[in-house]
Every structure is written in C-alpha cells, then in structure tokens.
Write a protein that binds this ligand. Structure first.
Ligand SMILES: [Zn+2]
Length: 209
C-alpha cells in the first residue's frame, strides 16, 4: 500500500513561514505610522494597520489554495510574537489575538466553500480577519466603549477588505509564475509554444510588412 500524500507540501510550509515573518515585519513598520491617523479618532492604530498584515493570511491561503493555511500562518505569528516579544506583543494574550483571525478566515472559507479563489472571497476574508483581530484585541486589552468599538470595526472592515483585494492581486500573479502554490495549469519545465501560435504570429508579421 502506498503512503498517503501529505496534505501540505514542503513548499507550502516554507511559504507559510515566509509569509508569517513578512506579516510581522510589515506590522512593525506600519503600526506606528497608523497611530498618526488613528490617534485623534480614539481607536487603536492596529485596527487600520491590521488590513495590511491581515492581508498576509489571505495571501497565504490564496497562494496555496488549501484549507488550514491561514490558521497555520496565524499560529506561527502568534508563537513568534509571544516568544520574541516584538512590537504589538501583549504577552500570553498574543497567542489568542494572533491565532483567532487565522481560524476565522479558514472557517469563513469552509462555510463559503471557497478557498481564497476569487476577488469577492478574498475581500470578505480580509474583512473577517481584521474585524476578528480587532475584536480579539479589544476583548483582551483595550475594552473600548461601544461607539469607538463600532467605529474601529468599521475601520477594520474597510482596511481589511482592501488588504484582501491586494492579497488576491498578488496571489494570482505569484500562482501564474508556477513556482509556488497550486498551479493554475499543467506545468512542464520549459513551456513550449505550440505550433499554431507560432504560425499565427509569423502570419501577422508578414501582414504588417
Ligand atoms: Zn472564491
């Protein structure tokens, strides 16, 4: 009997590790910038900045097209942030606040029966990730009153959705390369141009001459 093929390939794990570290790196840069905008509105800066780094969850899911990708990326981020205590670390609460958005994204795609495959579901994925993230952070740390909370959810949804759209655009381009993630077409090492297109392009050249 053959051994069952593992669900995630090695390249998937490498991709997930890469994406989670990129997410953390981007967060360190973007959060202080976002504080400039969100400071006067009395909402946490992470809410607006969240769209940018929550997009990495959707990006990962969209490249691999496999269920559980977002959860694993979020889990890696949670562990790294908790251990190293980088910016945005809230001690043990980080394990909770970082993992929850990933689980939410995977649950969403399980319910929708989508796999971060189209513009709309990436958009929704971004919204869900960021709103869940800001909800978790609020639950764990901020305890905002109702109006700023609703305001922060709106901001979170907006930036999360935009992040999701960007993630989809990047993921489709990455998958077109055929190096990472699920191939969109059958691949061979060097794609050969088929004869019809060659003949056609030759014909076009002759016509223009
Ligand atoms: Zn879809």
């Amino acid at each position: 009997m053959k051994a069952r093929k593992p669900y995630f390939k090695l390249s998937d794990y490498i991709l997930m590790a890469m994406i989670s570290s990129m997410g953390i790196a981007v967060k360190v840069i973007i959060v202080p910038l976002a504080h400039i905008i969100t400071g006067p509105l009395f909402i946490p800066g992470g809410v607006v900045a969240g769209g940018f780094y929550m997009a990495f969850l959707v990006l990962g899911a969209s490249i691999t097209q496999k269920r559980g990708t977002a959860t694993i990326i979020a889990l890696i981020q949670a562990v790294v942030v908790t251990i190293t205590g980088t910016l945005g670390s809230h001690g043990a609460a980080s394990l909770f606040t970082y993992t929850l958005p990933g689980i939410a994204v995977d649950l969403l795609y399980l319910i929708l029966r989508h796999k971060a495959c189209c513009t709309l579901c990436c958009f929704l994925g971004g919204i869900v990730a960021n709103v869940t993230g800001s909800f978790a952070v609020n639950l764990a740390i901020f305890n905002l009153s109702t109006v700023p909370l609703l305001l922060s959810f709106c901001a979170a949804g907006l930036s999360g959705g935009l992040g999701g759209l960007i993630a989809y655009a990047i993921a489709t381009n990455v998958r077109k390369l055929g190096i990472l993630g699920k191939e969109t077409r059958p691949t061979c090492a060097v794609p050969l141009p088929d004869l019809k297109t060659i003949a056609k392009s030759k014909g076009d050249e002759n016509e223009t001459k």
